[in-house]
Design a binder for this molecule. Structure first.
Ligand code: IDP
Length: 154
């Protein structure tokens, strides 16, 4: 499993403030995914601009930067088969009011901007690796065997 796909996931400032880190980590663990990196951190303006660069021209961009730098986030890297798409499915739609019940945004969120969680876009090839490299040094990621994986994947 060491060459399995990896994706970047982040509990946003609203999720941290609301005490949802444990629930979100628990959901990803319950799914059988493997955490290979994590850190509790504060995003600065430069990192926010780089991470959300694709939205630079959008009217909500300044508000988005202000929000994502407003408090700590919990940044993570998760590994598993097709993990980028799997996590996006678990997250639900961007607008938490439209996200299906049972998804993270659907169960915890009530807003488009304050939507609890970020996960790399599976429809943007390479976004997962780009975002991982932006937030983590290679030596901050742990290559380990999860015994449970033999019961998760055939
Ligand atoms: P995603 O987070 O589901 O990938 P994106 O379209 O990449 O959605 O947008 C990034 C983030 O920007 C969203 O998660 C949300 O917090 C914020 N955002 C997107 N569209 C709007 C908007 O129209 N108004 C306010 N915030 C928005």
């Amino acid at each position: 499993m060491s060459d399995a796909e990896r994706t970047f996931v982040m509990v946003k400032p609203d999720g941290v403030q609301r005490g949802l880190i444990g629930d979100i980590v628990g959901r990803l663990e319950d799914k059988g995914l493997k955490m290979v990196g994590a850190k509790f951190m504060q995003i600065d303006e430069d990192l926010a601009h780089e991470h959300y660069g694709e939205h630079e021209d959008k009217p909500f961009f300044e508000g988005l930067v202000e929000f994502i730098t407003s408090g700590p986030v919990f940044a993570m890297v998760w590994e598993g088969d097709d993990v980028t798409r799997q996590v996006r499915q678990m997250m639900g739609a961007t607008d938490a009011q439209e996200a299906a019940p049972g998804t993270i945004r659907g169960d915890y969120g009530n807003d488009l901007g304050h939507n609890i969680i970020h996960g790399s876009d599976h429809e943007d090839p390479g976004a997962n690796e780009r975002e991982i490299a932006l937030f983590f040094d290679e030596d901050e990621l742990v290559d380990w065997e999860k015994d449970l994986s033999q019961w998760v994947y055939e």
